[in-house]
Ligand binder design. Structure first.
Ligand code: SAM
Length: 282
């Protein structure tokens, strides 16, 4: 049975319709499933955390490759399906909860497996909070292979300081090396979402590419610079009142050799780091 018919069959058997509020769009293209599995490079040494297994389409393949799969699913209706489908696997565990509430560090530490990797076709309504949680909570992860909305992927994988960057672009580069895996048209899902998608892979870095004295300050500066994207960096930082008066910020930027007309979105991660390190020394 192909994936489309298998998906329809499971939905009918368990009387399930896709819940929009949980961002449910089930994958129905074998080729895309294969690409996600191949690019995530899972081995028996790996603990896979799957966010939102849904009917178990990716889960089924992950269970064959991984040492263990822990699937975190918010929708109770999926539990019977997943338990039925995978009852013969002793390397499978389900957590029925909102992934944003789960202590992933603890989940990983309870397992004596070498590497933890995240693989997911993410629910799009909370893509950014999930990715930020995975990175900022300093969870010991090797890689994150996820399907996201195409526009979000563009912002995540772009080079900081270019057109598509947003505040999150810098967070991604601070913690990971991102790459695009495959573009996915909306008809690869049931039901088809209104947007196109992209699978990306984030290889988590052992240490950040820049040396920052105060990480929190760095990300506060980046956030403020992007809150007012159209404004100059000088106006953005001084309007926030967080880092000193306009004259003080002007002095800092000039001393660091920045053009006072530059906009935040033009800065590299290294540029923001120089500003943060300068301010934290004052
Ligand atoms: N993995 C399946 C697939 O590829 O066909 C389903 C992907 S669907 C885009 C997203 C899944 O995430 C759904 O199963 C949905 O119920 C689940 N989900 C939504 N919000 C969640 C949350 N806060 N925590 C955990 N799972 C969530």
């Amino acid at each position: 049975m192909d994936l489309l018919n298998e998906t329809k069959y499971i939905m009918k058997k368990y009387n399930i319709s896709a819940a929009k509020k949980f961002g449910q769009n089930f994958l129905i293209e074998d080729e895309i499933v294969n690409e996600i599995i191949a690019s995530s490079n899972i081995t028996k040494e790996d603990l896979v955390i799957e966010i939102g297994p849904g009917l178990g389409t990716l889960t089924k393949e992950l269970l064959e490759k991984a040492g263990k799969v822990i699937a975190i699913e918010i929708d109770k209706r999926m539990l019977d399906i997943l338990e039925d489908r995978f009852k013969l696997y002793d390397n499978f565990q389900i957590i029925n909860d909102d992934v944003l509430k789960v202590d992933l560090k603890q989940v990983i530490e309870q397992n004596q497996i070498k590497h933890a990797k995240v693989v997911a076709n993410l629910p799009y309504y909370i893509t950014t909070p999930i990715i930020m949680k995975l990175l900022e909570d300093k969870i010991d992860l090797k890689s994150i292979t996820v399907m996201v909305q195409k526009e979000v992927a563009d912002r995540l994988v772009t080079e900081p300081g270019t057109g598509d960057s947003g505040a999150i672009t810098y967070g991604i580069r601070y913690y990971t090396e991102p790459q695009r895996v495959i573009e996915v048209p909306s008809n690869a899902f049931l039901p088809a979402p209104e947007v196109n998608s992209t699978v990306i892979k984030l290889d988590v870095l052992e240490k950040p590419p820049v040396e920052v004295k105060d990480e929190k300050l760095l990300f506060k500066i980046i956030k403020v610079a992007f809150m007012q994207k159209r404004k100059t960096l000088l106006n953005g930082l001084s309007n926030s009142n967080l880092f000193g008066s306009k004259e003080e910020i002007e002095k800092i930027l000039l001393e660091l050799g920045f053009d006072l007309r530059i906009r935040g979105e033009k800065l590299t991660l290294g540029d923001f780091t120089r500003i943060a390190n300068y301010i934290s020394m004052k």
